[in-house]
Design a protein around this ligand. Structure first.
Ligand SMILES: Cc1cc2nc3c(=O)[nH]c(=O)nc-3n(C[C@H](O)[C@H](O)[C@H](O)COP(=O)(O)OP(=O)(O)OC[C@H]3O[C@@H](n4cnc5c(N)ncnc54)[C@H](O)[C@@H]3O)c2cc1C
Length: 415
């Protein structure tokens, strides 16, 4: 069946939904179709923030750029054109409220704690805006003609004046984002920057890390060399049966996904204390062991395994010794392992379970001021399918909504 539209949007995730709604807002005469392979809109949105939807962050928008791992300058017009404040207003306009997480992270969530509430009101708004929604409709062919653009799925051929792609990355393919449209676009001349897993746990080579599985530590300092510099950040860490996980590790993984193998990840388990301070604590009672003296500063089972490992590496018997029977040099070996232990990366977790896909359509082929293709006028992009990715904290959804807004507004104003 053939149908004619002014705009077809492929992908009903946050980027595509925002683009379609914004195009309609700026030009309500437009005939718009929104096409998605899923049985409902926003399948990935539904699982964000553990189902609570951390849709943005409460920091000033200027600080968002530091949270973007790749190609942050590309997002200048998007972030300033539709800020986190605009997104919060948009959510309120849909009849929902939001809550801001206390503490440093400043994550902003849907107040009810249910991402499904957002999906429900977005679905209602799409239908009320008279946007034609095609679900269960996997696009399997595209035409990017100068006058007429085409998408094909099931028995449909949709012709349109403008075409917007917002089909996401490759992670969590069950939510619909499987990279199929990226491959179609590659055949049409688009450069795809190799998709890589972002915000994932790290598998390490050191066997003794398995003994630590299940132990979690608060606010450790993690760093890794990147060229001549180093990337460092503070956050929580959890040891898994394969290596390292937790917020600090997920973040660092995004900086090493270009070439993860054999990279060294360094950890300072007590960044709030100097070596001297730890030393004083370690010898507080010279009749006791280091383990007993350090009780309370780190989980005891962790300190025990760390000391055991130092003992294994050096051949010294450390665990049962009172500090009176230890030299400063020997105690320093333990302190060094607290202040700097390294792990060697074996691999990153697979892209299927990654929170975000790094890589995608090269940002160099997209005009950052309006999201239009530099190769084919009338073709637009938004969201995670572009080669931009950010850290956890609501920044990736803000990218999806901001780029969707900019694309929708820019293209509507061209009619
Ligand atoms: C477990 C998890 C938790 C997350 N939590 C957060 C969070 O709390 N905060 C945050 O900021 N980010 C979070 N993210 C990241 C965030 O979900 C994504 O960055 C965001 O959904 C990207 O939006 P998008 O619209 O670009 O793509 P998507 O949401 O992936 O939407 C793309 C849509 O395109 C459709 N599609 C794909 N191919 C086709 C095709 N051939 N034909 C038709 N339709 C197609 C898909 O069905 C999908 O609905 C999380 C991700 C995961 C996996």
């Amino acid at each position: 069946m053939k149908k004619e539209y002014d705009l077809v949007v492929v992908g009903a995730g946050p980027a595509g939904i925002m683009a379609a709604l914004t195009a309609k807002k700026y030009n309500d005469k437009l005939r718009i179709a929104l096409v998605d392979s899923g049985k409902s809109i926003g399948q990935k949105l539904a699982i964000t923030g553990g189902g609570r939807c951390n849709f943005t962050n409460n920091r000033p928008i200027d600080e968002f750029f530091d949270m973007v791992v790749n190609n942050n300058k590309f997002l200048y017009s998007s972030f300033y054109g539709f800020t986190n404040e605009d997104l919060k207003d948009f959510i309120r306009g849909l009849g929902l409220d939001y809550s801001i997480e206390s503490g440093n992270d400043q994550k902003v969530y849907i107040k009810s704690g249910r991402a499904q509430d957002l999906i429900r009101v977005l679905d209602e708004k799409i239908r009320a805006s008279k946007i034609d929604l095609y679900l269960d409709s996997k696009v399997n062919d595209i035409g990017l003609g100068a006058e007429i653009k085409t998408v094909k799925f099931n028995n449909y051929i949709l012709n349109s004046n403008k075409l917007l792609f917002a089909t996401g990355g490759l992670s969590f393919p069950k939510t619909g984002s499987d990279g199929s449209v990226m491959r179609l676009l590659q055949d049409k001349g688009y450069d795809i920057v190799t998709p890589r897993p972002g915000l994932v746990p790290i598998e390490v080579k050191e066997g003794w890390s398995k003994d630590l599985a299940g132990i979690s530590l608060k606010d450790v300092l993690v760093w890794t060399p990147i060229g001549k510099r180093k990337k460092e950040l503070i956050g929580d860490l959890i040891f898994t049966h394969k290596g390292l996980g937790g917020p600090a590790i997920l973040k660092i993984s995004s900086y090493i996904n270009n070439r993860p193998f054999d990279r060294l990840i360094y950890i300072d388990f007590l960044p709030g204390m100097t070596r001297d301070q730890i030393y004083k604590l370690a010898i507080k009672d010279r009749k006791k062991t280091i383990l007993a003296n350090l009780k309370g500063s780190l989980p005891n089972n962790f300190t025990k395994l760390l000391i055991q490992e130092v003992g294994r590496k050096t051949g010294l018997y450390l665990l049962g010794q009172t500090t009176a029977n230890m030299t400063r040099d020997t105690i320093d070996l333990v302190i060094s392992s607290i202040k700097q232990t390294s792990f060697t990366v074996k691999s990153l977790a697979s892209i299927e379970i990654a929170t975000i896909t790094a890589g995608g359509i090269s940002h160099k082929q997209i005009n950052p001021t309006n999201m239009e293709s530099k190769l084919h006028p009338g073709i637009y992009f938004s969201g995670e399918m572009i080669d931009v990715d950010a850290l956890t904290g609501g920044f990736n959804l803000q990218i999806a909504f901001s780029t969707g807004y900019l694309a929708g507004r820019s293209l509507a104003e061209k009619f």
